[in-house]
Design a protein around this ligand. Structure first.
Ligand code: ACM
Ligand code: ZN
Length: 532
């Protein structure tokens, strides 16, 4: 935001609404805005002030419709959406500006004066984040599906200039170890919007279950989507229609959905359905225990790539995301070592060993994705044996992978397990059920994470796209259990991802979180510590 422009806005408020006085206490916004000044006075929202949108721009109209719906729920009356309104009447203006360096792709400014609200942004996404801030200016209980009180609401006059620190603010969900139905996935996305998280990483395939319908390979949903658990057939999958619906739901909220199709490892379920793409030919059963399995896709067999490219082709048709995640983690090489086809491939391609074979595999997939205008992202094991040109690394085994990627001029997303794996315990208390081998990430630890490693030069640091919270579901069986592990630590990581480093403050976050938890209460989130 350039200075002259802010000065102009302030002058408008001062001229129209009188003297402004800054107060120390601000509203409890999470993640904390880059800059906020609270002024004297209030504006009353009662649903009568129209939402004014300058232009028929589709994204602008989408934000306006969303805001109208939120206000209708909160104050019992849906404001009309209009193209202009008399300047002396209260209004809520959404203004789309030409792109500026200062606003960036996702920034917004908000001005609340006694006679109106103005939110400005250069993209629909930026405006949408402004509307999320506005939601947090309402009393917390107004976020409920049916608030007890829907009378008029007074919000403080203020001025906000805000933009995110990182462009990738991710949340991941493993829907394979336990199947999480589409309705809950949408709710997960809704909670992301409140926290200005913009990337939903949907982990769709695993040893223990395949969750995405692929028309060309029906056995993936007939066989690979199901396993025996406690003597019963357990599983599920999303039809392509359901996936389109979730992707559209996310897009309406300016959230990008990045699908993950795992390869070459974590592929036992798919191989149970199509054993011909393994090294041994099977037979296999869909995994019923957690861990790492040795039967993986056979890169010695060209048909394996036809299979995977067909799957990615259907996947890309469902997901407009530029990034497509291909996993790449935890792939044992023992089958490749013993497989004549894999050994022949190593020889024919002049590769040194099985690590280079994995690199060759990922490079081949990366070229395929790039030929379709997409970009490959994979877990940090894709560094082993050489990083595929153009690949983006998701650094999960600490930060080494992200550092190596950035130094090699590749983009990276930071999600080190010790800070970002929200399936780890919340506390040392052994009664915490959502655990992986007792590893602990307290709320304060999650909050303390610094995504840009100090080892990087400013030039290299530009490759750190952002940060992501992951929720693996070996010990998390359903939506309420996901809530309990994800929240409130996801609130902390949202602030890590959004708020400028010099604005982060644990004590201040803890105070704001008290109010924010009331919002989560209103939204029915089963967060850790709820009711305590
Ligand atoms: C991972 O946690 N295996 C990426
Ligand atoms: Zn093989």
């Amino acid at each position: 935001m350039n200075r002259r422009f802010v000065g102009g806005l302030l002058a408008v408020v001062m001229g129209a609404y009188g003297t402004t006085t800054l107060t120390a206490a601000g509203p409890a916004i999470v993640p904390k805005p880059a800059k906020m000044e609270v002024m004297d006075g209030t504006f009353t929202l009662d649903g009568t002030a129209p939402i004014v949108t300058s232009g028929a721009d589709k994204d602008l109209q989408k934000v306006a419709a969303y805001l109208a719906g939120e206000l209708e729920r909160a104050v019992g009356q849906r404001p009309p959406i209009v193209a202009s309104a008399p300047s002396d009447q209260p209004s809520i203006s959404l203004v789309r500006l030409p792109a500026t360096e200062a606003l960036g792709d996702e920034g917004y400014t908000m001005l609340v004066g006694p006679k109106g609200i103005e939110i400005r942004g250069s993209t629909g996404r930026g405006l949408f984040w402004g509307v999320q801030t506005l939601r947090q200016l309402l009393p917390p209980d107004r976020l409920a599906a049916k608030p007890a009180d829907t009378g008029p609401v007074s919000i403080p006059c203020l001025k906000i200039q805000d933009r995110p620190r990182y462009s990738w603010r991710g949340m991941h969900l493993d829907v394979c170890r336990h199947f999480i139905p589409a309705d809950y996935v949408k709710r997960y996305i809704d909670l992301m919007t409140l926290h200005k998280m913009n990337t939903f990483h949907w982990h769709l395939t695993e040893d223990q279950g395949w969750r995405i319908e692929i028309k060309k390979y029906p056995k993936l949903t007939e066989i690979a989507a199901w396993r025996m658990q406690d003597g019963k057939r357990y599983g599920g999958f999303y039809t392509q229609d359901e996936i389109r619906d979730v992707v559209a739901y996310a897009a309406d909220r300016f959230i990008t959905v990045v699908p993950e199709i795992e390869m070459p490892g974590h592929s036992l379920a798919a191989l149970a359905a199509y054993p011909e793409y393994s090294c041994t030919g099977g037979p296999f059963e869909v995994g019923t225990t957690w861990g790492i399995f040795e039967d993986v896709y056979c890169p010695g067999n060209d048909a394996t790539f036809t299979f995977l490219e067909d799957i990615l082709t259907e996947t890309m048709a469902l997901f407009p995301s530029e990034f497509i995640h291909v996993g790449g983690d935890e792939c044992p090489k023992v089958r490749w070592t013993a497989c004549p086809k894999c050994q022949a491939r190593i020889k024919a391609e002049g590769l040194k060993d099985e690590n280079e074979l994995q690199s060759w595999f990922i490079t081949r997939m990366s070229r395929f994705l790039e030929s379709k205008g997409r970009r490959l992202v994979g877990w940090d094991e894709i560094l082993e044996g050489g990083l595929a040109p153009g690949a983006t690394v998701m650094s999960w085994r600490g930060t080494k992978g992200g550092i190596a990627a950035a130094k090699a001029n590749h983009d990276a997303v930071m999600t080190p397990s010790s800070y970002c794996y929200l399936n780890f315990w919340n506390t040392e208390k052994k009664d915490d059920p959502g655990h992986v081998k007792g590893r602990v990430i307290t709320l304060e630890k999650a909050y303390s994470y610094k995504p840009t490693p100090a080892e990087l030069s400013p030039e290299e640091a530009r490759h750190i796209l952002g940060v992501q919270a992951n929720v693996w579901t070996e010990y998390i069986a359903d939506g309420p259990a996901v809530d309990r592990m994800a929240y409130p630590r996801a609130c902390a990581l949202a602030e890590v991802a959004w708020t400028p480093a010099d604005q982060k403050d644990w004590e201040d976050f803890s105070r704001r979180l008290e109010t924010h938890l009331q919002r989560l209460d209103a939204l029915g989130v089963n967060y850790y510590g709820r009711g305590k």
